[in-house]
Ligand binder design. Structure first.
Ligand code: PLP
Length: 394
């Protein structure tokens, strides 16, 4: 069957694979061999689901947003990942990866982080499991995201400021890969999104697939059928979107709509709209779409939302876009901020800036009144209050 999930070789159509330095081959191969038997074991499943329930607070609610539905002329449900412990979907993944790391006998955890959300989610599970935690973070981001740096330190992690390049997420990722090369035997690299060399995109998608697994049951209960007409989510690297669509990916009844960060506009030179710019390249171990100059240099992305400010996109999503399975809509800064204020006033929910991009795509849709829409609110807006408050002062 032609599926949109990963194939035996780690590819999604022409995208994906594992393009890593020689020294990491063994490491990546070990992970490729180990991850599925461990994830599918009864022992892992039991511990993972117990933590999701009692520690993360799952299942997250599926909420019928009545006033938002009225505004857009369809039945809109919100999948509330903002209500998870640590405030976003990222914890679903870090809980799973740390259990995998322990079963592979690793003692030392490394991670990269941009805004600090994945760093906090990783430091959280390291505290829980009493594991050493080193988080690489661009120096610019260390300054911009001070509260998250303090949280990671309070949780016992070592935060290493990265001074190379533009001192942001891309550079932090390079540094984490370098660390992994130096400590291949005792170190587990917890990647925060559906990016990186195979098997990471598939590993992270599976760990986030709890989102669509819950949607199925909850929709059946709420709407009397277990599938929606539309699934909507924002895409940085693609993990909350992957989780949202996972169990529907090969179901043609369900349309997939993804929102990427337009920044100041797709043609402005200040954007993170990877799909809209549409150039194939290799970044951080996988073949996908990347934002690059004509001679192949990775270019600095821009978005008001730190979580979407990445010059690549997961190979799963690149393939969905290339094959026309998903519609990818760029949503600019101003549209996202307006959508965040709108949700706040209509439903009393302050979303993360990343999630606000998914909400910003609603006004670009043409729904029929009978359409059922599920939109994932990937995180809460507490971390973004300063940005929201300052936005209209300028
Ligand atoms: C990190 C983050 C994102 C973007 O990451 P994905 O892997 O694309 O999901 C989206 N929303 C929130 C709240 C985040 O913290």
């Amino acid at each position: 069957m032609n599926s949109y999930l990963v194939d035996q070789e780690g590819y999604y159509g022409e995208f994906g694979g594992a393009y890593v330095p020689e020294i990491l081959h063994q490491c990546v191969e070990n992970l490729q061999k180990a991850y599925l038997p461990i994830l599918e074991s009864a022992d892992f499943q039991q511990e993972y689901h117990a933590l999701l329930r009692d520690y993360v607070g799952r299942p997250s609610p599926l909420y019928l947003a009545k006033r938002l539905s009225e505004r857009y002329g369809a039945t809109i449900y919100l999948k509330r990942e903002d209500l998870n412990h640590t405030g976003a979907h990222k914890i679903n993944n870090t809980v799973g990866q740390i259990l995998l790391a322990r079963r592979m006998g690793k003692r030392r955890i490394i991670a990269e982080t941009g805004a600090g959300q994945h760093g906090v989610a990783t430091a959280t599970v390291c505290a829980l499991m009493d594991m050493e935690c080193i988080v690489y973070m661009g120096e610019t981001d260390v300054q911009r995201q001070h509260v998250n740096v303090e949280k990671m330190k309070m949780l016992g992690a070592t935060v290493v400021p990265v001074k190379s390049g533009n001192k942001t997420l891309k550079d932090a990722t390079n540094e984490a890969i370098r660390d992994w090369c130096c400590h291949p035997s005792d170190t587990f690299y917890i990647i925060g999104s559906t990016v990186g060399p195979h098997p990471y995109p598939d590993l992270v998608a599976r760990l986030q697939s709890i989102i669509s697994q819950e949607i199925k049951g909850q929709l059946q209960e709420h709407a009397g059928r277990d599938y929606p007409d539309y699934l909507m989510a924002c895409v940085g690297g693609g993990s909350n979107a992957a989780g949202t669509i996972y169990h529907y990916i090969d179901d043609p009844r369900v349309k997939i709509v993804l929102a990427e960060a337009g920044g100041l506009g797709v043609d402005s030179g200040k954007t993170a709209a990877t799909i809209a710019l549409g150039q194939v390249g290799i970044l951080h171990g996988a073949k996908s779409y990347v934002i690059q100059s004509p001679d192949g240099q990775i270019e600095e992305p821009y978005s008001i939302s730190a979580g979407l400010d990445y010059p690549g996109i997961g190979p799963m999503h690149a393939n969905l876009a290339a094959k026309g399975r998903a519609r990818v809509i760029p949503v600019n800064d101003d549209e996202a901020v307006a959508a965040a204020y709108e949700l706040t006033r209509l439903e009393g929910i302050i979303p993360a800036l990343e999630s606000a991009h998914a909400l910003g795509a609603l006004s670009k849709m043409q729904f029929r009144p009978e359409d059922v829409v599920v939109l994932t609110v990937s995180g809460r807006g507490d971390k973004d209050m300063e940005t929201y408050l300052n936005y209209y002062k300028k």
